[in-house]
Design a protein around this ligand. Structure first.
Ligand SMILES: [Zn+2]
Length: 272
């Protein structure tokens, strides 16, 4: 087993939060706690979410499976019910194997979600879950999933795009401050160049197609290929979200706070 020094990450968190305030002229607000998380911590978050929303999240086995997939897929998450950043323990590595640059990048990203939460202008996970449930119900069929994902795309793309935009630019701005920042910037910049800039057209075509898919889905006409588009949505939130934010910041000088207040409401608005 390994020991993880959480205190070192608390200093790091403070450094990043202060950088965000200076770089973007925002007020970060209350700093979140950090938890080095295993599957049980993700499971406990899901139980909190079920309790807070009053929604039935699934059987005990289903909750286990969901927690496991969050643990492995997300590397980290911001828990807005308990105002804490979870970082999956395997990301922390064991002893010498810790890839500090990845931990720092995950932390920088999740911290932006904490800022968004403090700002109060973005939907909380609890509100979003309830809203999706009210609009679309809990049926997990392809039609429902497509309609829910299309409806929530703009809000998710702004949230994830802003988390990437702010974290990548903050790490870039502070790459020369210390060695850890330099490594974190290198990790972030690789992902940005390869995953975002290069893939933008691909994701844009898929998400443009989603407008038509939505029309068909409303009529109950969904096909096997729509599953492919559904699979692209998560990544497209990051790629197109960052692109959207770069555009409006450059064109209109939009501030980070304004983005949260006046985000696009529909997919068509988002794609304009
Ligand atoms: Zn995120």
């Amino acid at each position: 087993m390994y020991e993880i020094e959480v205190a070192a990450y608390e200093d790091r968190l403070e450094e990043f939060a202060t950088n965000y305030e200076n770089d973007f002229g925002v007020t970060f607000g209350e700093r979140p706690n950090i938890t080095v998380a295993n599957e049980k911590d993700y499971r406990s978050y899901l139980e909190d979410l079920g309790r807070e929303t009053g929604l039935e999240l699934g059987s005990s086995e289903e909750l286990d499976m969901m927690a496991q997939s969050m643990y492995y897929q997300a590397m980290g998450m911001y828990d807005d019910i308990n105002h804490q950043v979870l970082i999956s323990d395997y990301v922390m590595g064991n002893g010498d194997d810790v890839d500090q640059s990845v931990v720092d990048y995950v932390l920088a990203h999740e911290l932006v979600h904490a800022y968004q939460h403090n700002q109060g202008n973005t939907m909380s996970t609890v509100e979003l879950s309830k809203e999706i449930n009210d609009r679309f119900g809990t049926t997990e069929d392809l039609q429902t999933q497509l309609l829910a994902a299309t409806w929530s795309f703009p809000v998710m793309a702004i949230a994830e795009g802003q988390a990437e935009y702010m974290s990548i630019n903050m790490l870039k701005e502070h790459a020369a401050d210390n060695e850890r920042n330099a490594a974190a910037w290198e990790a972030a910049s690789e992902k940005y160049q390869e995953g975002y800039v290069g893939a933008k057209e691909f994701y844009r075509e898929n998400i443009e197609a989603l407008i038509e898919v939505e029309e068909r889905a409303k009529r109950g006409e969904v096909g096997f290929m729509d599953m492919f588009i559904l699979g692209q949505i998560k990544m497209a939130q990051y790629v197109l979200g960052v692109g959207y934010i770069e555009d409006v910041v450059e064109r209109n000088g939009t501030t980070m706070d304004e983005l949260l207040e006046n985000g696009p409401e529909t997919l068509s608005d988002f794609l304009k």
